[in-house]
Each structure stands twice: as C-alpha cells, then as structure tokens.
Design a binder for this molecule. Structure first.
Ligand code: ATP
Ligand code: MG
Ligand code: FE
Length: 346
C-alpha cells in the first residue's frame, strides 16, 4: 500500500510517499522560515498562501523521486490538526481534492502522532511500549506509548513549550527566529560555570514542566548586562548565557525522562519533535542511558521538525491496522485544537 502524506500545519509544506512494503519512497519539504523571519514569528495568512503555492510542485517532486504515477497512490493522509486553521485547510483541501480526482480514500492524521511515531521511521526502531518525550515548538509532553493511538499523558508543560523557550531566549540574545539551533550552536562556546540559571520544577514529584521562568531568567541576565556594559553584550558573554540556558533546560528534560522511565519500569525512551534535534539534549540523554541502562531512540535529524514523511508514515500505520479508517467522504474538516489523548487507538 502506498500512502501519500501531506503536512501543512504551520510553516513547513511537506509531501511524502510511504510504501508499507518498501518503506519511505520519497519526501519533499519547503520551509517558510526565511519568509517569516523578518516578522520574528509565523504570520498565519502568509503561511496559508505559501502552502498553496508549494503543495502541487512538491507533490510532483515526490512522485518523480519515487518513480511512481499519481494513480499508484492507494490512500492520502493529511495533517488534520492541531495547527493553524488556514494552513491546515490548505493541506486538507489539497489532499481531499486529489483523492476525489483519483478516487482514493483519505485519512486525517494527528500532527503530534506524526511527531511521536517519527522515530519508528529509522532503521533501528523501538518496540512498544515506551516512554516518549515530545519536545516541539508548541508542545512539551511526556507520554507512555503502548501502541499506535494508545497514548497516556504523564505530564506536560504548564506554560511555554521547550521549543518556544529556545526561540524566545534566542530572540533575547538577538539570534533571530527560530533561534533554537542558533542558541544551541552558540552554547558550545560558552563557559558552563559563568551562569547557573534556574531549573524549574526539577524536583517536583510530577512529570510536568515549566519554562517561562527560565526565559525570564535569561531576560534578567541580559538586562543586567545592558545596564553594566552599556554597549552590546560581547560574543563570549552571549555564549555564556546561551550555555547557562541550554544546560538548565537539558537538565530538566533529562531528569523528567529518567523519572518517567523509573516510575513506569520501562527501558525504552523515544524523543520526538524539533528540540529532539538538539545536540546537547541528545548527549545528555545518551549519558543518562549509559549510566541507567535504558535505550534512547531519536528520529533522523531531518524528521525532527515538521515534515510530510511522518504524516505518510503515521497514516500508513493506522491504515495497516484498520483500512476502514480511510474514507471517501471528501468534506474537509480540520481540528486546529485537538488534544492527543482524544485520539482513538488504531
Ligand atoms: P508543534 O509540532 O508542537 O505544533 P512545531 O511543529 O512548530 O510545533 P517542530 O517543527 O517540531 O515544532 O519544532 C520546531 C522547534 O524546534 C522550534 O522551536 C525550533 O527552534 C526547535 N529546534 C529545532 N532544532 C533545534 C535544535 N537543534 N536545538 C533546539 N531547538 C531546536
Ligand atoms: Mg516549523
Ligand atoms: Fe510540529
């Protein structure tokens, strides 16, 4: 079965073809980051319009790369939510119109399920059950995963998401948008002893997170600097602050994962979402895994942030379990707000 995946929930247009026998055939992605950069964040209307421009050329590209024709597609999976309503509508209308024209069934996929299952696209894939840490631009959740659609939320952020904390702290340091990768690179040159920033909820007994205080701590350090130094903060100071921030957030994320593993008795940890690309987080989790004898699984770097492959894959896994999930009702509905635990098991 060949499934076409269509992702358009935010600022990436992603198309991909997944074959349940041969694996991922091809994928194509356009990121709108450069377009939104000058506004310091995603402008929803611009995002929707750009998805319209990109979707069909990307579709042609994925078909060409896979060496198949449109008529070889068996089903179309699209991101139904959560995300920006206008952006989601573009992907769902593209998917449903194409499905109508080709007389194929469609399936709406939960974007976070796409992220969550993306590590299973790698060759070394974890078996169920496992603990999953989803760390993206909009979410920070710890989950117990017993199968496709069988997710138990253990804890989540009470305020900012991890990616949001990275981006906002980077912005305070003048590193542009989205600054997650930039603040991470800069932190490599920082002195870990220069600033010890707070580690919110590190010792709380639950599996929740809170990152807005950490961002405020970065703000306070930056402000104190501006008063003392008057001129711009020098590069080394910026790197030191970046290091203080990254060390703090990585410590908290690692500790909560270790706690969740210990509490559940499970020995497999899966990381998903854009912050899962972070080198310091991976190093910290790998060290903890070595010490505490558990295994960590990551998505390929290119599948950490939004992409079509994870949507094609999640759709294919669901359809393999239950082909009746796909429908020929082409009325496109999107769910901009859609809690993952409202999703039905496959
Ligand atoms: P959601 O999936 O919750 O709707 P999203 O799709 O916007 O949010 P992702 O695409 O999974 O989120 O991830 C984007 C986030 O990941 C951004 O906040 C970005 O800064 C962050 N990010 C990407 N790479 C890195 C990195 N190497 N280090 C830290 N953060 C990173
Ligand atoms: Mg994005
Ligand atoms: Fe995402």
């Amino acid at each position: 079965m060949i499934v076409l995946g269509v992702e358009s929930s935010c600022d990436e247009t992603g198309l991909a073809l997944y074959d349940t026998e041969r694996g991922l055939l091809s994928h194509a992605l356009h990121s709108q980051v450069a377009m939104h950069e000058e506004y310091g964040g995603v402008v929803p209307e611009l995002a929707s319009r750009d998805h319209i421009r990109r979707a069909l050329p990307l579709l042609e590209q994925t078909l060409r790369q896979a060496g198949i024709a449109k008529s070889d597609i068996d089903a179309i999976a699209y991101t139904q939510g959560p995300g920006l309503a206008g952006a989601l509508l573009v992907g769902s209308s593209v998917a449903c119109s194409l499905a109508l024209a080709l007389d194929k069934p469609v399936l709406g996929v939960h974007h976070l399920e796409g992220h969550l299952l993306s590590p299973l696209l790698a060759s070394d894939r974890p078996a169920f059950p496992f603990i999953a840490l989803l760390v993206s631009g909009g979410h920070t959740q710890l989950m117990r995963v017993d199968g496709v659609g069988r997710y138990t939320l253990l804890g989540e952020t009470l305020d900012d998401a991890a990616g949001e904390a990275f981006d906002k702290s980077a912005k305070l340091l003048g590193l542009g948008y989205p600054g997650g990768p930039a603040i991470s690179r800069l932190a490599e040159f920082g002195d870990p002893a220069a600033y010890t920033l707070p580690r919110p909820m590190l010792h709380s007994k639950d599996f929740n997170f809170s990152f807005s205080g950490l961002k405020t701590a970065v703000l306070t350090v930056v402000k104190n600097h501006e008063e003392k130094v008057v001129a711009n903060i020098c590069e080394q100071d910026k790197a030191n602050i970046a290091r203080g921030f990254v060390d703090a957030i990585v410590d908290v994320l690692t500790a909560k994962c270790v706690n969740a593993l210990r509490h559940s008795g499970l020995k497999r940890l899966v990381i998903a979402g854009g912050v899962g690309a972070n080198a310091q987080l991976r190093a910290s989790l790998d060290a903890a895994a070595d010490k505490r004898k558990f295994r960590v699984f990551y998505p390929e770097l290119e599948f950490c942030t939004d992409n079509g492959a994870m949507i094609a894959f999640a759709g294919a896994l669901r359809l393999e379990k239950n082909a009746a999930l796909a429908t020929r009702d082409y009325a496109f509905t999107v769910r901009p707000r859609w809690p993952l635990d409202e999703l039905e098991a496959a």
